[in-house]
Design a protein around this ligand. Structure first.
Ligand code: FAD
Length: 310
């Protein structure tokens, strides 16, 4: 950081940290300045990089999106993305912090599949997080504005029902005198297994040899499609990113120049970009930020050399 500050300083760049920008100033479709508490900074170019509207405690309150809208840009409605899912009825508090690996989370609306994602889930104090839940948050957030959304979980997405039923049968045969809950400890999180079996209508303490065929199939059905609950809310402010923002159609992708206002460049999460889990959002911010910075510098350089030549 110090090396960066030094190289900026030697290039004649002033870095102002802890400085709130309150407004952008423009005249006749050209950006002219940036207002801060001590006055207005006249600008030859402004790269707007104020982020989205999620995780506001990092300072991202959506200012840049609002300013872009006031300057005439179209704002695609803001929605949560990569956000936790709040579940109704509430899940048992004892499940908090438990992760289930490599399952498949399905979101359904009136029994029809809305979206599905393979990966881990993590139980939080209000619902679900983890990669699979975060990935589903965007379509779920849009759908719950109109319809109830149910969540199901498949513990073994790579086993068909018949294959898994055979596995269950072998497990039960291999541990005939054990209680069902104890036999399943290798398959399900220990802290959840009793609750899960009861929710499937099975007694945790039944001996494996005495499980009926119907009960075994009920167990297999449960393992393939556990009904977790209904999504009551997807909190925008707790998402890793926000979907929506400045319409991409109004930004030149080669330079990140605004197509509405001269000397304005837009980058990062304030744009209508929301990528999946895996570093794509950071990459989008870095790439668009780099492109915007290079274009702003080169436009400024061209304009100032043009003036010098006049
Ligand atoms: C908890 C969390 C985990 C994440 N994990 C990942 C991940 O694993 N992979 C991934 O790809 N993405 C992840 N993201 C998303 C990623 O961090 C963002 O997409 C990215 O940082 C967006 O970059 P940005 O520069 O557009 O905005 P930001 O990084 O949000 O930066 C915007 C900056 O502008 C400042 N600002 C805003 N308004 C003003 C104003 N009026 N005046 C002055 N300054 C202002 C803010 O304080 C902030 O410093 C995560 C986000 C969070 C919150």
């Amino acid at each position: 950081m110090r090396a960066l500050e030094q190289s900026c300083h030697s290039a004649g760049v002033t870095v102002r940290t802890g400085t709130l920008v309150t407004e952008l100033e423009s005249a006749s479709g050209i950006l002219t300045g940036v207002r801060i508490s001590s006055g207005t900074l006249a600008c030859s170019a402004v790269v707007l990089a104020t982020g989205g509207v999620s995780y506001r405690k990092t300072g991202t309150t959506g200012d840049g999106i609002r300013w872009a809208g006031e300057l005439g840009h179209t704002i695609v409605p803001l929605r949560p993305a990569l956000a936790p899912l709040i579940i109704e009825p509430p899940l048992p508090p004892a499940w908090r912090g438990i992760a289930i690996r490599d399952g498949r989370l399905n979101a359904t609306v009136h029994g029809r599949l809305l979206a599905s994602w393979n990966g881990d889930i993590l139980f939080t104090h209000e619902g679900l997080s983890g990669p699979a839940a975060l990935e589903l948050s965007r379509p779920v957030a849009a759908a719950i504005e109109r319809d109830p959304v149910q969540l199901d979980f498949d513990f073994f997405p790579h086993r068909e029902f018949a294959e898994l039923d055979t596995d269950v049968t072998e497990l039960l045969r291999g541990t005939p005198g054990k209680m069902l809950a104890n036999s399943l400890h290798a398959w399900l999180p220990n802290r959840m297994v009793n609750d899960l079996l009861r929710s499937a209508g099975l007694q945790p303490d039944v001996r494996c040899h005495s499980l009926t065929r119907d009960a075994r199939r009920r167990l297999t059905t449960f393992l393939k499609s556990w009904r977790i609950g209904r999504v009551s809310h997807v909190p925008l402010d707790r998402g890793e990113v926000s979907a929506g923002g400045v319409s991409l159609r109004e930004v030149d992708p080669q330079t990140m120049r605004s197509r509405k206002i001269r000397r304005l460049y837009l980058c990062g999460e304030l744009l209508d970009i929301a990528g999946p889990v895996g570093g794509y959002n950071l990459q989008a911010a870095f790439s668009t930020g780099y492109t915007a910075g290079m274009a702003a510098a080169s436009d400024w350089h061209r304009e100032s050399s043009g003036r010098a030549g006049c």
